[in-house]
Design a protein around this ligand. Structure first.
Ligand code: SF4
Length: 252
C-alpha cells in the first residue's frame, strides 16, 4: 500500500446530523484538529472566557485543540471494525468537521479516494466550514454538500480574519453550499446583512439561521426569537439536535 498523508483527528463518532439542511440524517462524524479562527475571542483558548466583544464561544474548542495523526488506512480499518463502512454503504453521510477541515484538504482528498475505491460507491460527504478557505477543485469533486458558517462580529474575530471574499463568492456560486449563520438577536441579523447578504448578494434561499447556544437550556431559550425572525424574513431555521438530545456532551 502507498503511504498516504496522515489526518490530524480529534474524534470520530456515529450519530445523526444535528444542524443544517440534512439535520436528522445518520452520519459518521470525522472531527479534525485545528482551526484558523478562535470563536469566542482571540484569547479564549487560554482563558476559556469570551473576549473582544464575542457573545458566544466555539462549543468544540477544547476538542479540536487536541488531536493525533492517523493514517487514512488505519482510520478506514477502525471504521470497518466499528461497522461504520456498512452504515456508509447503506447511505449514512460522512460529515467532515472541526475545527476547520479545509486546513487538511490534501490529506482528506487521499482519504476520500481510498475510501471510495473500497466502498465501490459514491460517498455522500458533507463539509462543515467557516467559509474562510476556498476549496481546491480536487477536494470539491468529493463533496456533496457544504455547510458554510461564516462568522459575524459576535464571534469576537476581527473582520480580516473571518471574511475571505474569494471563498464566500465560491460558496455563493456552488449549488452544494448552504450558509448557516449563528445569531442571538435581531441586531446580529443586521450584521449578517451588512457583512454577507448585501455585499455578496447572497440569495436568502441559500441561508439558514441557527440560535446561538452552548447548552440545551440556552438553545430552547434562544430559539423562539430566532424562529420569529425566520418567519419575518422568510429564512430557514436550523435546529441543533445535538444540544436538544445530548446537551453539552460532544462526540455522541
Ligand atoms: S470556526 Fe468553527 S470550529 Fe473554528 S473556532 Fe469558530 S466555531 Fe469553532
Amino acid at each position: 500500500m502507498s503511504v498516504l498523508p496522515p489526518l490530524k483527528v480529534s474524534e470520530c463518532f456515529y450519530s445523526i446530523q444535528g444542524e443544517g439542511p440534512s439535520a436528522g440524517v445518520p452520519a459518521i462524524f470525522l472531527r479534525l484538529s485545528g482551526c484558523n479562527l478562535t470563536c469566542g475571542g482571540l484569547n479564549t483558548c487560554k482563558t476559556g472566557e469570551l473576549d473582544n466583544g464575542a457573545t458566544w464561544r466555539c462549543d468544540t474548542i477544547e476538542v479540536w485543540l487536541k488531536g493525533e495523526n492517523v493514517s487514512p488506512h488505519n482510520l478506514i480499518l477502525d471504521w470497518e471494525n466499528k461497522g461504520w463502512l456498512h452504515n456508509i454503504k447503506n447511505g449514512a453521510h460522512i460529515v467532515v468537521t472541526g475545527g476547520e477541515p479545509l486546513l487538511q484538504e490534501d490529506a482528506l482528498v487521499a482519504f476520500f479516494q481510498t475510501l471510495e475505491v473500497l466502498i465501490k460507491k459514491k460517498l455522500y460527504i458533507e463539509c462543515e466550514t467557516n467559509g474562510t478557505i476556498r476549496p481546491a477543485s480536487d477536494f470539491d469533486y468529493f463533496i456533496s454538500q457544504y455547510n458554510v458558517s461564516p462568522k459575524l462580529k459576535n464571534s469576537g474575530m476581527p473582520k480580516d480574519k473571518r471574511i475571505n471574499g474569494h471563498a464566500i463568492q465560491f460558496f455563493k456560486r456552488s449549488e452544494k453550499a448552504t450558509f448557516k449563520f449563528v445569531i442571538r438577536a435581531r441586531d446580529e441579523y443586521d450584521q449578517l446583512l451588512g457583512d454577507y447578504i448585501t455585499p455578496f448578494n447572497i440569495n436568502k434561499s441559500k441561508i439558514m439561521i441557527m440560535p446561538a447556544a452552548s447548552s440545551r437550556q440556552a438553545f430552547v431559550l434562544n430559539s423562539l426569537p430566532i424562529l420569529e425572525l425566520c418567519k419575518q424574513e422568510n429564512i430557514r431555521f436550523s435546529p441543533r439536535y445535538q444540544l436538544l438530545f445530548w446537551d453539552k456532551t460532544t462526540g455522541v
